[in-house]
Design a protein around this ligand. Sequence first.
Ligand SMILES: [Zn+2]
Length: 149
Amino acid sequence: VEEPDAEVFERYPEAPLDRDNIEYYKGLLRHELRFNRCQDCGHWMDTPRDLCPECWSHDVAPEPVSGRGSVYMLTWLHQGPAELGGNYEEPFPLVSVELAEQRALRLTTWIVNARREDLTVGREMELVWIDRAGAPVPAFQPAGEEARS
Ligand SMILES: [Zn+2]
């Protein structure tokens, strides 16, 4: 059963919703992290576009990813989007996770259940779901960790 668009608007009032990304947010409500994927050549896209940059096909549809990945880029922020800091005190970890599905398919998002020393480039990570303002959003924790929250 597909959620009506109205529910997405209600649960993610801060999200810049539009025709291209609403499927992404509908997926979040179901605890599915979905990216657009070309149905002709299988290429994943980390932007909500409807044209495949590899083969120019317009046959693009959202598909859920496995939730496995690794730390691609790690920055410690001494100020700035406390939003992304989650439960961390400054400095906040700003992590870009490269998903296992494809090189360069990346997501920058919240990190949970990780000690600072756990966060290194290349560290295997896995998807978990956290609640932000009453709606589920994707976060990552070191793979194989028990949830400690
Ligand atoms: Zn393609």
